[in-house]
Design a protein around this ligand. Structure first.
Ligand code: SAM
Length: 309
């Protein structure tokens, strides 16, 4: 098994029992699927669906966690503000507990266009609500999507941000980085596990959990302009230290103000119809659930005459 379309083959009720017993869901999936080095995309999807709500609860209940997150978001905002982006995409947004802190600390005139997506629909639903409450901004476009097949056109955003989202995807780093770079117009700014810069014990833990590595080398091998790569000490987690990686794609070109979605399968433009998204060439509908577009390959429904409905 290697594909998101296999998501229904994992039993969510079985995995819920594993989660409720405080066991590691991704580890359980690996053993079940016999995929020792890689966390399958479908397993990540289930694992984060099960965790939906946990980050927001922690922000409310744990003052130390909240204080560190506030510092983390502020430090990221300072870095992003230097590029004065009109548009930002956070890929793998979780529950927007990082994004909200970042946006709160950006000058109000910046980042008028904010997009964010995650593999877990339930987390995206919570992210949208949390983001609006914390920032007072209601125009953000939150959707369900895959890092491996981003449902957006090339060069769409001035800044593309990730915060420990590539993390569980060891084995797919190259395809994910190329996707992130594809949708970036200006700067790709990543905060991800600092595998190469970490102590041996932390590296061993990252290997055990299937965390990403080699991001800088992938960027250099592609000939991209890596302008920053170092430890990011603002996040104090010594078991999983962060690094900042900044890749400059374009210095002065601004992404287009008008954004639209594309099919995560064929890449063609999606049109809004009947409250959902449709690509005529592929005959595929991508549903919108409770206002959240579900733009993963696994969500596609074949309905070629949809425009007649
Ligand atoms: C550790 S959380 C970080 C969330 C958020 N960026 C933050 O800083 O709070 C990682 C998130 O990345 C998402 N994610 C992991 N792999 C993904 C993939 N292949 N495609 C889309 N989202 C993914 C997970 O669903 C999860 O919500």
């Amino acid at each position: 098994m290697s594909d998101i379309s296999e998501v229904q083959k994992l039993s969510h009720s079985e995995l819920r029992k594993v989660y409720e017993a405080n066991e590691n869901v991704l580890r359980f999936c690996k053993e079940k699927l016999g995929s020792n080095a890689t966390n399958e995309q479908a397993a990540i999807m289930h694992a984060y669906e099960l965790q939906a709500g946990s980050y927001i609860n922690k922000m409310a209940e744990d003052p130390d966690y909240r204080a560190e997150k506030e510092q983390y978001g502020k430090a990221i905002a300072e870095i992003i503000a230097a590029y004065a982006p009109a548009s930002i995409l956070e890929a793998g947004v979780g529950e927007a507990t990082t994004l909200a802190e970042v946006v709160k600390n950006l000058p109000a005139a910046m980042a008028q266009s904010i997009y964010a997506f995650d593999l877990s629909w339930s987390r995206v639903l919570m992210a949208r609500r949390y983001f609006e409450q914390k920032t007072g901004r209601s125009g953000g476009q939150f959707f369900t999507g895959e890092l491996e097949h981003i449902a957006l056109p090339d060069n769409s955003f001035d800044v593309v941000l990730t915060s420990h989202a590539v993390e569980p995807n060891h084995g797919r780093e190259k395809e994910i980085l190329h996707e992130l770079y594809r949708v970036t117009a200006g700067h790709l700014i990543m905060f991800e596990p600092a595998y190469e810069l970490a102590e041996p014990a932390a590296r061993e833990r990252m290997e055990y959990h299937g965390y990403c590595r080699g991001l800088k080398d992938i960027a250099l091998a592609a000939g991209w302009n890596v302008v920053r790569c170092e430890l990011f000490g603002v996040r104090k987690d010594t078991a999983n230290p962060s690094m900042i990686l900044v890749i400059e794609k374009g210095q002065s070109t601004k992404a287009p103000a008008e954004k639209h979605f594309v099919s995560p399968i064929g890449g063609g433009a999606l049109v809004a119809h009947g409250g959902h998204y449709f690509n005529e060439e592929e005959g595929l509908v991508f549903p919108v659930l409770n206002g959240v577009p579900y733009l993963t390959r696994s969500a596609a429904l074949l309905a070629s005459h949809f425009l007649e409905s």
